[in-house]
Design a protein around this ligand. Structure first.
Ligand code: NAD
Ligand code: FES
Length: 298
């Protein structure tokens, strides 16, 4: 059982949770993720660890409420209890001194790119961050990313904050200006990651993407997260989630991510019709935790 010690919205439908998980907080490295189950009948969902504090034993995750489980998670508040949190999972980001590292976060992908931006800065790189969002209120972690970057560019689709355009417009401009770029990390929607790869490939710039394929067990056993990289099958949960963007087959990723779209839509409709039932299951967690604490005390 994992207690939420802080829960707050960063943007509409995007919520930050700080969760008591001391063992994970001690072990995790940038780029790794957890799999959680909100209650004991819930599905497992992967979420990247945005931050951790080994001293107070907490990890930070940021969830975008788009499906049934993320919407249920986003109803949870400080003091609520999450049934299971497993991790840290996946391979850590490859962090070394590359030179100039451009870190790109599209929408909620900024939360996933942020820990790697911190690690790249600590490794002695010049860090240039590009954050993109549809509109100003969807820009997240701007202050935190600015604090760890030598330069930060904000791009909004509607021009309501920063400059108007996609993250790839800014990246293309940096390339055209002749900036030497040694490393690019791009995390966000699949079309964005594909577009970033198309900008950097002709220039041979090392480019890494984090793949959000469907995950079930997170241990390489179920095959749910299979992706094609360099013509070979890989499992995002154990071989990734980060891969060479120029080797990723984005068509396969798009197809596999769409496989359960109808089931997910049906689950969401059911959840919205009976949100109270799922909240009751969440409240059971709190009761079970209280009983366990009492038992330990006796
Ligand atoms: P969004 O659709 O609002 O896009 C965010 C930004 O990405 C845009 O403002 C733009 O700058 C850039 N972008 C989008 N499409 C682009 C394109 N075709 N070419 C160039 N740039 C483009 O983002 P959102 O709503 O926050 O993202 C939601 C999506 O991100 C979901 O589909 C979710 O599954 C995915 N996601 C991916 C990861 C990951 O690990 N890769 C993590 C979380 C979420
Ligand atoms: Fe099952 Fe990766 S989630 S193999």
């Amino acid at each position: 059982m994992f207690q939420i010690v802080e829960a707050r919205f960063l943007a509409p439908e995007v919520k930050l949770f700080r969760i008591q998980a001391p063992r994970i907080a001690r072990k995790r490295q940038a780029g790794q993720f957890i799999i959680l189950r909100v209650h004991d009948q819930g599905e497992r969902i992967p979420l990247t660890i945005a931050d951790s504090d080994p001293d107070d034993g907490t990890i930070t995750i940021i969830a975008q409420g788009i499906g049934k489980t993320t919407k249920l998670l986003n109803t949870m508040e400080t003091g609520d209890v999450i049934r299971d949190v497993v991790g840290p999972l996946g391979m850590p980001s490859e962090v070394e001194k590359f030179g100039t590292a451009v870190i790109i976060g599209g929408g909620v992908g900024a939360a996933i790119a942020y820990p790697t931006a911190v690690a790249m800065k600590q490794a002695g790189n010049q860090v240039i961050s590009i954050i993109g969002a549809r509109t100003e209120e969807l820009v997240i972690l701007e202050d935190e990313i600015e604090a760890t970057s030598d330069r930060t560019h904000i791009m909004t689709d509607d021009g309501s904050h920063g400059e108007q355009g996609f993250v790839t417009d800014k990246l293309q401009q940096l390339v055209d200006d002749g900036l030497t770029i040694n490393y690019v990390l791009a995390i966000g929607p699949v079309p964005m990651m594909r577009a970033v790869a198309a900008v950097t490939k002709p220039h041979g710039i090392k480019t890494i993407v984090s793949l959000n394929s469907i995950m079930v067990d997170g241990t390489g056993m179920c095959g749910g997260c299979r992706v094609t990289v360099g013509g070979e099958s890989k499992f995002a949960c154990v071989d990734g989630p980060e891969f060479d963007a120029h080797e990723v087959d984005f068509d396969v990723l798009t197809q596999r991510n769409a496989m359960y779209r109808d089931t997910e839509a049906a689950a969401l409709v059911k959840f919205e019709a009976d949100e109270k039932r799922d909240r009751t299951l969440v409240e059971d967690n709190c009761r079970l935790l209280a009983q366990a604490v009492l038992r330990e005390g006796n």
